[in-house]
Design a protein around this ligand. Structure first.
Ligand code: MN
Ligand code: MN
Length: 269
């Protein structure tokens, strides 16, 4: 079977806690992916763009706390995984990851999630919205979606964030200690959740929450590169085009789509 990587947009920002605008993220990444300044190839020389299967944008209502929007995301993920092809989901705010992981966990037991972010996103209750973009990894842990969660680039963990990491057994690695991440030790099916604010805002200003001191773009590419070829899905979230500068974060997102998709193809082959 020829592997095609499904690319699904989720134009949802109603579960954001600070600024809105990342509902426009999927289309901005597509624009960069097909802009005149780029090409189809990954850094390793894989002609990846023709191997992408654009599934369009999900028709979400984009209402805060909406269970039916979450169900739409779970159903679309389930349908794509049933084809046997992998998936990259474009956010949208980070709330989309919990409903994605519900479907991923139905298919893959013993899942490891690698999560790149400035924030742990594990609040028990943020603004009385269980689907807040500040809580997806608390919900996914409570639901037993993965056996292991490794967070990279975290530099905003509050006392609650640290308690939640302890409670759920989350491994949290700050930018200053990112060299501790041992991709070779990962085992079993892998999912990558990539919040663009994990990068330093100097390379990715088009996000709602600017948190200085983040990962370099090369560090993130090296992390993707080092992952074992057992990656089964990914999301790239929190691009807010209204905050972007000359579409540079959209281009960052588009390049990450290419590099992540190549890892997905390698894993599926
Ligand atoms: Mn996040
Ligand atoms: Mn974040």
């Amino acid at each position: 079977m020829v592997v095609k990587v499904g690319v699904l947009g989720v134009p949802l920002d109603a579960n954001s806690s600070h600024l809105f605008g990342c509902a426009e993220g999927p289309d901005a990444i597509r624009g960069a992916l097909h802009s005149g300044s780029r090409n189809d190839s990954t850094e390793a020389g894989i002609e990846i763009v023709p191997m992408l299967d654009d599934l369009g944008n999900l028709d979400v209502a984009n209402v805060a706390g909406s269970r039916s929007d979450a169900d739409l995301i779970t159903d679309a993920t389930r349908r794509q995984l049933a084809t046997g092809n992998p998936l990259v989901v474009l956010g949208g705010d980070h709330s989309i990851t919990y409903p994605i992981l519900i479907a991923v966990a139905e298919k893959y037991a013993n899942l490891t999630v690698v999560h790149i972010d400035a924030h742990p996103d594990t609040y028990d209750n943020f603004g009385d919205n269980p689907f807040s973009h500040a809580s997806p990894f608390a919900r996914a842990m409570e639901a037993g979606c993965m056996s292991s969660l490794i967070q990279l680039g975290i530099r905003t963990a509050t006392a609650e964030g640290r308690q939640q990491a302890e409670r759920f057994g989350i491994e949290m690695i700050a930018p200053r200690e990112v060299h501790r991440f041992d991709a070779a030790a990962l085992d079993g099916p892998l999912y990558l959740s990539l919040d663009l604010d994990g990068l330093d805002p100097s390379v990715a200003p088009g996000v709602s929450h600017h948190e200085p001191g983040g990962l370099t773009f090369r560090e993130v590419l090296d992390i993707i590169d080092a992952l074992p070829p057992t990656l089964i899905g990914a999301d790239i979230v929190e691009l807010n085009p209204s905050r972007d500068v000359h579409d540079m974060t959209a281009m960052v997102g588009a390049k990450l789509v290419k590099e992540v998709a190549a890892k997905l193809v390698e894993s599926a082959s």
